[in-house]
Design a protein around this ligand. Structure first.
Ligand code: PGA
Length: 266
């Protein structure tokens, strides 16, 4: 059974002092939430400080990006080797990286391979633009992003996929739960075609885009959706805690029902 995951993508927000304060405000209650994996993705420069704070807790860390080379003359870049000792996850292919920094499916594919080679778990972001959605091209875009992004990677349940429709990111206009679950069902189907059914069933697929404490239940109550990648709302301690706690409650209930169904079928 897949363990739910809630990741907070802080983007280019928080100084080191603000990052520390935010973690302190959340840590005790995050620790109490069980049945859900909790991942904080602060800016690079705060990773070390936040790592010290969460040490010994169940809270995990992720970076927001990385280069695919291990080292070299790439001024300003951060390598997987540097992250390997600092965090467990790394967000790759976020639409803001694609849009503002020219990242292509090909580059993202290289990053995914490099992350796995360094035992980092990629949170691989995919999603369509508004005009692509309106033109009915969502599946085509997602299938392309997946086949190119995953073409060189070995099948691995360590990969997490985040389905983030671009029109829903930071806009306050979230997808509806059923619509997101249907697209995520298609993503799982595509994984089973690219790789195999076992990996497709093991791998976690999150929804992202304007998730808040008011709409998280709509997504999480869909068994197909394994969690969320949360941007804006992850910068507010009460909001993020509520998202994590609602997820823990709903997914724990879903797992109990599933276990009962399996027991009944034996
Ligand atoms: P948002 O961002 O929750 O602020 O829409 C999500 C993301 O970009 O990962």
């Amino acid at each position: 059974m897949r363990i739910a995951l809630i990741a907070g993508n802080w983007k280019m927000n928080t100084t080191a002092a603000e990052a520390t304060k935010l973690v302190r405000e959340m840590l005790d209650r995050l620790e109490e939430a069980t049945g859900v994996e909790k991942v904080l993705c602060p800016p690079f420069v705060s990773l070390a400080a936040v790592r010290e704070l969460v040490k010994g807790s169940s809270v995990k860390l992720g970076a927001q990006n990385m280069h695919f080379e291990a080292k070299g003359a790439y001024t300003g870049e951060i390598s997987p080797l540097m992250l390997a000792g600092l965090c467990e996850f790394v967000i790759l292919g976020h639409s803001e990286r694609r849009q503002y920094f020219g990242e292509t499916d090909h580059i993202i594919g290289k990053k995914i391979v490099a992350a796995l080679r360094n035992r980092l778990k990629p949170i691989f972001c995919i999603g369509e633009k508004l005009e692509e959605n309106e033109a009915g091209r969502t599946k085509e875009i997602i299938a392309r992003q997946m086949s190119q992004g995953l073409s060189k990677a070995k099948p691995s349940p360590d990969i997490v996929i985040a389905y983030e429709p671009i029109w829903a990111i930071g806009t306050g206009r979230a997808a509806d739960g059923e619509q997101a679950a249907a697209t995520i069902g298609f993503i799982r189907y595509t994984l089973s075609r690219l790789w195999n059914e076992n990996v497709a069933q093991e791998l976690r697929i999150l929804y992202g885009g304007s998730v808040t404490s008011s709409n998280i239940a709509e997504f999480i109550s869909q068994p197909e959706i394994d969690g969320a990648l949360v941007g804006g709302a992850s910068l507010n301690a009460q909001e993020f805690l509520s998202i994590v706690e609602q997820t823990a409650a709903i997914k724990t209930k879903q797992s109990a029902i599933r276990r009962q169904q399996i027991a009944d079928s034996k």
